[in-house]
Design a protein around this ligand. Structure first.
Ligand SMILES: [Zn+2]
Length: 243
């Protein structure tokens, strides 16, 4: 059976002398592992199409649950990412998270657009990498069914708390009167609400001050790690880079 789809190569490794085994986040089939025969020896465009962080169009062949890449054409290679160690490690972290959260066999166009938009902003240097990372983390959690409940204090229902707290393990907020959680600001709370509930095309469209960005970046990461209950190699690498 032949399937036409598009997707991002989350991971690509050589297997045997000439072949690659690729993990693709596809629009139509979620995460797919596929053999790309001859790809490790191929030159030029067809070789790039199966490299990590390449967004390509694919014709996949499926036989008894095993996929192989019949054709692959690169659409976007994100060249600018590849020359910058900080940005490429962040991009690889996004891929690792997507690999752990995307579901096999499920339509994943929202997830694919989120990661492509994040990579695009990162590649073009259009926003602070910490900003892109925070939006990616909270939005991918939302898309994966782990949206934090940021509407009101979970104890008393207060929506306008002046010094809100975010309970990272519980994914809820509390007012300072009820207490319990990581201290955030009103600005951070507004940002979290925006990231989780705005329509897709607007999730990156907001401004945030330096102090709030630091807190947002801290809680978004802690929240993702807590809900995923695992670590990510590329994140450890990114965080240990000399700055
Ligand atoms: Zn309260």
């Amino acid at each position: 059976m032949k399937i036409n789809t598009d997707g991002l190569i989350l991971k690509s490794s050589q297997t045997g002398e000439q072949d690659r085994l690729v993990t693709i986040l596809t629009r139509d089939l979620g995460v797919v592992r596929a053999f790309a025969h001859g790809a490790a020896k191929a030159k030029g465009r067809s070789a790039s199409a199966t490299e990590t962080l390449c967004y390509s169009t694919f014709t996949l062949s499926e036989n008894k649950g095993t996929y192989s890449v019949s054709e692959a054409t690169p659409v976007e290679l994100f060249f600018e990412l590849r020359s910058d160690i900080e940005r490429v490690s962040l991009a690889q972290y996004f891929c690792e998270v997507a690999m752990s959260l995307a579901v096999e066999g499920e339509e994943s166009s929202s997830l694919l657009r989120l990661i492509l938009n994040s990579l695009y902003l990162l590649a073009k240097g259009l926003r602070d990498p910490r900003f892109i990372k925070s939006v990616f983390e909270l939005r991918i959690m939302t898309l994966s069914g782990f949206m934090p409940d940021t509407e009101a204090c979970c104890e008393c229902g207060e929506t306008q708390a002046s010094r809100p707290l975010f309970d990272i393990n519980g994914g809820v907020i509390r007012c300072d009167g009820c207490g319990g959680g990581f201290a955030i600001t009103r600005g951070v709370l507004e940002a979290m609400r925006h990231i989780c509930t705005a329509e897709e095309s607007r999730i990156f469209s907001f401004e945030i001050g330096e102090e709030s960005l630091q807190i947002l970046s801290d809680v978004a990461e802690r929240y993702l790690l807590s809900q995923c209950d695992r670590g990510f190699t590329a994140l450890d690498f990114y965080k240990n880079l000399p700055r």
